[in-house]
Design a binder for this molecule. Structure first.
Ligand SMILES: C[S@@+](CC[C@H](N)C(=O)[O-])C[C@H]1O[C@@H](n2cnc3c(N)ncnc32)[C@H](O)[C@@H]1O
Length: 253
């Protein structure tokens, strides 16, 4: 497998405050200032996964490229486990993730949770989104598309996270990647709170929306719960927030 990551000779490989500074620079700097975006666009695995997700996702290109880099080059640091996505919408990013892990990590399952009927009630004190946003989804067609493309490692789970996540997390192995992509304060807060006890040591917590101008609720969760309350430092803030689980206080694996 070709490794086209930049080599940053001047950066320490030591963990610092619960995250890898080196890995954060490689991905974040590499996308923003290096040529990683171009390298990933040429990667056959990325191209195939992107084609499968085409027209079905609102995840930005740089965020998707960063997720790809995590899967392709870093995820094995968290050991074996499963992936969960909070916020599926038309399922494109879940399909993208599932295709990649089917090639790289056989046995890893992807659970993608959503009402598939749009946003639940939102809070106008903090959220710009409104109830029903992202409601135009055909879940039957989506499941058929995933089946037709052999993605038997992917499960779309319908319902409010508050109703579905406890059951899903009860039957999964370690979570090696949690993709939290649900825009509003209450949902982002709930997702983080429920998933954190299930995270693998060194697992990746990726917040798609917390640096997006229309999602100050997601930003506030990261500020108030992860940074202030739980004392976490991020491995990346660009192109999206990435945190590592448990590396502040590593325990036995
Ligand atoms: C930005 S969209 C997800 C985008 C998607 N990952 C993609 O690839 O395009 C956010 C989704 O979160 C869902 N959502 C937000 N809060 C939820 C909750 N409490 N329970 C279930 N779904 C929720 C919405 O229905 C919406 O489809």
């Amino acid at each position: 497998m070709k490794n086209y990551l930049p080599v940053l000779d001047n950066i320490s490989h030591d963990l610092r405050n619960g995250r890898s500074i080196y890995d954060g620079y490689v991905r974040g700097w590499g996308i923003q200032f290096g040529d990683l975006r171009e390298q990933v666009r040429k990667d056959p695995l990325y191209k195939k996964a992107l084609a499968l997700s085409s027209g079905r996702t609102v995840v930005s290109e740089d965020n998707r490229i960063n997720l790809f880099l995590i899967l392709r080059f870093f995820l094995d640091q968290a050991g074996a486990g499963d992936i969960i996505e909070f916020g599926s919408y038309r399922g494109g990013n879940a399909i993208f993730l599932a295709h990649i892990v089917a090639q790289l990590y056989p046995g890893t399952r992807v659970y993608s949770l959503d009402t598939f009927a749009g946003m639940p009630a939102t809070n106008s004190d903090i959220d710009a989104h409104q109830q029903g946003d992202f409601g135009e989804v055909d879940l039957t067609e989506l499941r058929q598309f995933a089946d037709a493309n052999g993605l038997d490692n992917l499960e779309f789970v319908q319902g409010l996270f508050q109703d579905t996540a406890p059951g899903v997390l009860g039957r999964t192995k370690n979570i090696v990647l949690a993709h939290i992509d649900c825009d509003i304060f209450s949902s982002v807060a709930y997702s983080y709170e429920i998933v954190k006890a299930h995270m693998a040591l060194g697992g990746y917590l990726v917040f798609d929306d917390a640096t997006v101008s229309s999602c100050l609720g997601a930003t506030e969760v990261v500020e108030s719960m992860l940074i202030r309350r739980d004392g976490l430092n991020s491995e990346q803030i660009s192109p999206q927030f990435v945190f590592r689980a448990g590396l502040n206080h590593p325990g036995p694996r």
